[in-house]
Write a protein that binds this ligand. Structure first.
Ligand code: GAR
Length: 190
């Protein structure tokens, strides 16, 4: 059995989609949601889906081993970042080499880096009159959005699209591909 931990900071629609995808799996289990905000809607989704959650603050994440200890106690094999906005500290990167995966809502290396998340990304794509955007699923290293790319998928951006339109197209790609790519990464690493 491979155990997944999902880190999320906000709404958690991807987290929910991944949980539902693996709900009937015999060899993969989403064990817990980790979150850096008590107010995040993803915690309500976790409750509704009967998945345990663990909330931490900056101190617990960066200056202590609380999160790593929790992951170990849950026997986590793979960490999935689904709308998680903090940089991953070195202790986690070292404990899970090539076992932490992030999804970014654009075609990296474009529109990545600190401050480039959620609607900021889609706004920048529209402001620059891009004709396409998409998703990038990549391994996580100690820098924002720079780890090796596993998978990308594109969508068209029309000249009349608003940032909300782009967000909707990108979310569709995320729901379609992210769980499947996670499954492939797990199969490869076993
Ligand atoms: C997703 O679009 C994800 O790609 C993005 O945040 C959104 C979270 O949506 N992540 C980043 O921007 C990371 N830099 P969700 O909470 O509904 O899954």
């Amino acid at each position: 059995m491979s155990n997944i931990a999902i880190f999320a900071s906000g709404s958690g629609s991807n987290a929910q989609n991944i949980i539902e995808y693996f709900q009937n799996s015999k060899n993969t289990h989403v064990k817990c949601i980790l979150c850096n905000s008590l107010k995040a809607f993803v915690l309500e989704r976790a409750r509704n889906l009967n998945v345990n959650s663990f909330v931490f603050d900056r101190k617990g994440f960066y200056n202590e081993n609380k999160v790593l200890d929790y992951l170990k106690s849950q026997e986590i094999d793979i960490v999935v970042l689904a709308g998680f906005l903090w940089l991953i500290p070195e202790n986690l990167i070292k404990a899970y080499p090539n076992k932490i995966i992030n999804i970014h809502p654009a075609l990296l290396p474009k529109y990545g880096g600190k401050g480039m998340y959620g609607m900021h990304v889609h706004q920048a794509v529209v402001d620059n009159n891009e004709q396409e955007s998409g998703i990038t699923i990549h391994y996580v290293n100690e820098r924002y959005d720079e780890g090796d790319i596993i998978f990308q998928a594109k969508c068209k951006v029309d000249s009349t699209d608003t940032p909300d339109d782009v967000a909707r197209k990108v979310h569709e790609l995320e729901y379609k591909h992210f769980p499947r790519v996670i499954e492939q990464v797990i199969l490869k690493s076993n």
